[in-house]
Design a protein around this ligand. Structure first.
Ligand code: G4P
Length: 563
């Protein structure tokens, strides 16, 4: 979208004095002109950051695990009750399911808590029961992912899709097999499923002792300790954990002779037949360490967290047009999510920025590299429910909410170095298309505003007929995005629309000699005015392509890349 000076009342500022071409690629080059925290402190803060997201099929227990992680991280005091402890820092948006299901106030897209000296940022992958572009984008801001599986169901369709995105990005994945207090699939079979369906080695770090009503706990294969499961009132307190050795006679007493013998047998098999855990293979995405537990019963989650902080990587380099940018380089961040109307108290737009390098200090002067504009980042904040807290400092891996006066687009970079861009930010080719009609034509102005803002967030993509006479087409990766669009238009802009799915299935951006396309009815333009054509089938596309060899038909605009 275009940016005008009037759109920048708070952030526009005179030139910083730094030439756009200044060499800002190293701390040394910048030290004389830009205030920066001491290198040692930056290094320390980077090393203690862990930024991750949870991926799972709906119902596997993502919400419950999140809640328990917050409990152990001290961010909430008692799961199922409320609430924020002072000092908890976070940014906002739609941690809807926790709020709705549990009646607690955790409205956030990045929850932050401290555990064992680590600063943990947990990113919400949106609570939609369908896959969406939003989820993919959020994963671009994570350094690792926790895959949660339901022990009775194993790998499910949604897990596969989300897993593929993590795989694509090469981020390390940890696995938590949840609901062991229910009858479960045999653990060896679950590991086999992960390996065969997802194509990644699954190496257990803990091993379940029984399942369902006989679930007695887990054996820590590295520490060679037994963590005994005791049922507690649902999620109300930390589960007591006793520890004994595998050959400790105490084990019989704790889990019974049969399960003790089975455990010894299983462990023998694991130690004899499976590869040992290899940290490098995990970091390169070839292996996933597997934990077992029961989040609802608080069991295994803290143990997981205590291992996670050592296993999961701190922020690493980011691929940019100028090569890999180390987190120690001067400040740069990228926008991975936009959201309008997050709270009724603040009806504005927020851009979510992940710090990719350097120290972020509120009020610092940076360049918005797509437009070349200078910005002063004085409007940086976290959000908690309806309240906002200012963010004074942030480090690589942290998520900062920036007030967005219409400047930012997803994938934008803000940086001390005006030349920096992210060429590989994921964009998606829509696969389903709808038209819509306005119930009250008097609401056209509010409708256009909602359409523009929601499209900018990536809720849907908009395609405009070139004759201007008809309503636009909406494109989405999954049809659920249309429902979200419709609901948000009603809720946030008071505009009711009817949506009509079309028979179009494919979209292609056009390049080359496009003079002849004007005569096609299905010729449209995207929100940047690029020529686009819709097709009903791949046959339709192939035929048109044969008829018009002078035109290139591209799954995305030529200047964008695809995941
Ligand atoms: P999601 O965010 O991945 O969709 O899953 P969520 O945590 O909401 O969990 C889905 C259901 O599974 C919830 O039950 C939750 O209580 C239950 N659950 C989560 N972890 C465990 C576990 O370790 N053991 C068992 N037995 N159940 C577990 P619900 O009936 O949908 O909701 P609720 O009424 O319990 O809140």
């Amino acid at each position: 979208m275009t940016t005008t000076d009037s759109a920048l009342p708070d952030t526009a500022l005179p030139d910083t004095g730094l030439p756009d071409t200044a060499d800002t690629s190293s701390p040394a080059a910048l030290a004389s002109v830009v205030p920066n925290v001491a290198d040692a402190q930056l290094e320390r803060e980077i090393l203690r950051r862990r930024t991750f997201a949870i991926i799972s099929h709906p119902d596997a227990g993502k919400t419950t695990i999140t809640e328990k992680l917050l409990l152990y991280g001290g961010a909430i005091q008692q799961a199922g009750s409320v609430t924020a402890r002072e000092g908890m820092r976070h940014t906002t948006s739609d941690w809807m399911s926790i709020e709705q299901q549990r009646g607690i106030s955790i409205s956030s897209s990045a929850l932050t808590f401290e555990y064992a000296g680590r600063h943990i940022n947990l990113l919400d992958t949106p609570g939609h029961q369908d896959f969406s572009e939003d989820t993919y984008r959020t994963l671009t801001a994570a350094d690792s992912a926790l895959m949660v599986l339901d022990a009775a169901r194993g790998v499910q369709a949604q897990t596969e899709k989300l897993f593929a995105v993590c795989r694509n990005r090469g981020i390390p994945i940890l696995t938590f097999i949840n609901k062991m207090d229910r009858p479960a699939v045999d653990p060896f079979e679950l590991l086999e499923q992960v390996e065969s369906t997802l194509g990644i080695a699954a190496i257990p770090l803990t091993w379940p002792i029984g399942d369902g009503p006989d679930f007695k706990g887990v054996y820590d294969l590295q520490a060679k300790q037994v963590l005994v499961f005791e049922r507690t009132a649902r999620g109300k307190q930390r589960a007591p954990v006793q520890v004994a050795g595998l050959h400790d006679p105490e084990l019989h007493r704790l889990v019974g002779a049969d399960l003790a013998a089975k455990l010894r047998q299983d462990v023998e098999l694991i130690e004899g037949a499976m590869d040992a855990f290899d940290q490098n293979a995990f970091l390169s995405g070839e292996l996933t360490p597997v934990f077992f537990g029961s989040a609802m019963n608080n069991f295994g989650v803290e143990h997981f967290l205590s291992r996670f902080v050592d296993l999961a990587p701190p922020p690493g380099p980011t691929e940019t047009n100028l090569g890999e940018r180390d987190p120690e380089a001067p400040f740069a961040g990228f926008i991975f999510k936009l959201q309008a109307n997050m709270s009724k108290a603040h009806r504005d737009r927020t851009a979510y920025m992940r710090v990719m390098s350097g120290h972020f200090a509120r009020g610092m002067d940076v360049t918005h590299t797509r437009t070349g504009r200078k910005l002063r980042l004085s409007q940086a904040h976290t959000l908690f429910a309806q309240d906002r807290e200012k963010v004074e400092d942030a480090y690589p891996g942290d998520i900062v909410g920036l007030v967005n006066p219409g400047v930012f687009q997803i994938g934008d970079v803000i940086s001390l170095d005006a030349r920096l861009h992210l060429p590989g930010f994921p964009r998606f080719t829509p696969e389903t298309f709808a038209t819509l009609s306005l119930r009250d034509v008097g609401k056209r102005k509010a409708f256009m505003k909602g359409l523009t803002q929601l499209a900018e967030e990536g809720v849907v993509q908009v395609f405009y007929p070139t004759d201007g006479a008809r309503d636009p087409y909406l494109g989405a990766v999954g049809p659920l995005q249309f429902e979200v669009f419709q609901a948000r238009l009603a809720e946030e802009y008071s505009v009711e629309v009817e949506m009509h799915l079309t028979s179009y299935e494919l979209v292609r951006w056009l390049a080359g000699d496009t003079a002849s396309v004007a005569r096609f009815a299905r010729h449209v333009e995207d929100d940047q005015g690029r020529p686009v054509m819709l097709f009903r089938s791949s046959y339709d596309l192939d035929y048109t392509q044969q008829q018009h060899p002078e035109i290139e038909f591209l799954p995305l605009p030529k200047d964008l890349t695809r995941v």
